[in-house]
Design a protein around this ligand. Structure first.
Ligand code: SF4
Length: 262
């Protein structure tokens, strides 16, 4: 049996039930798909690399006794994703899904916390919904980088994460003292540097070696933040701020997420 298999099964069951109940509320317009839940060991040196490269806070810096980051991803229904493929502004369905899923994500953290509590495990939230650093053009804590550490997908343009259930959806996370992640790989500094460079390339971060953006992706950006050599995050952020002044994240726009990194 795998590490913490019973607890993981309970968490999955409780999360699915919470999503079902959430969708019964007539005020919630968005339909969601089946969730994915990943587990990352906070001692994995990939988190040290994120922290030292100023990509993301360290889970141990948020909650010292935490050993595992539990990451959840709830995909939007396919029609929500498709509704945002074209046009300069986010579709109404996309914006509704962004807002609905924020509430759902907070609820799922509560549900996971209750599941962990049944066996006396401690837990801590990882962020607040408006956790955004405009200076660094990123969230202070990134659920997606934790999801990447948990092996839940590969990055794409502007930092979207492409999971087995697509890029469109809501990530959330919670940290617990329980040990549930599979053993992590020890990596050399060179390997960690390689991972950092790969992530920057997948983000299409302007100024990173090896980034080439295609014409179609360049022309899809309403902010003109994308050029052949990458995405200017400041220009992207300025545009996203016109859509959501509290969370000027690429998530609120998402037009370039449909493209693959070349
Ligand atoms: S403004 Fe939209 S399309 Fe342009 S880079 Fe940002 S998220 Fe992508």
């Amino acid at each position: 049996m795998h590490i913490g298999a019973d607890m993981k099964a309970k968490i999955m069951e409780d999360v699915k039930e919470a999503i079902r109940i959430f969708q019964e509320n007539p005020e919630r317009k968005t339909k969601f798909g089946e969730p994915i839940i990943g587990y990352a060991d906070t001692r994995d040196p990939i988190f040290d690399m994120y922290f030292s490269r100023r990509l993301c806070n360290h889970p141990k810096n948020i909650y010292r006794p935490g050993n595992t980051v539990v990451v959840h991803f709830v995909p939007f229904a396919p029609e929500v994703t498709e509704s945002n493929r074209t046009g300069n502004m986010p579709s109404k369905a996309w914006t509704d899904a962004f807002n609905d899923s924020m509430w759902l994500s907070m609820r799922l953290n509560g549900v996971i916390r209750e599941s962990l509590d049944t066996i006396g495990r401690l837990s801590s939230g990882t962020n607040t919904p408006t956790d955004w650093d405009e200076e660094l053009c990123r969230e202070k804590w990134s659920h997606k980088l934790a999801a990447y550490a948990a092996g839940m997908g590969e990055f794409g343009p502007a930092g979207c994460l492409k999971t087995e259930k697509g890029f469109a959806g809501r990530f959330g996370s919670i940290i617990t003292d329980g040990i549930y992640a599979e053993p992590f790989k020890m990596r050399s500094n060179e390997e960690l540097e390689g991972i950092y460079q790969k992530i920057q390339r997948q983000y299409c971060q302007k100024g990173t070696d090896g980034v080439i953006c295609g014409e179609e992706m360049i022309s899809t950006c309403p902010a003109k933040a994308i050029s052949k050599d990458g995405i200017d995050r400041r220009v992207c952020q300025a545009h996203c701020k016109t859509i959501d002044s509290y969370i000027p994240s690429p998530e609120v726009c998402g037009k370039c997420f449909f493209y693959e990194t070349l």
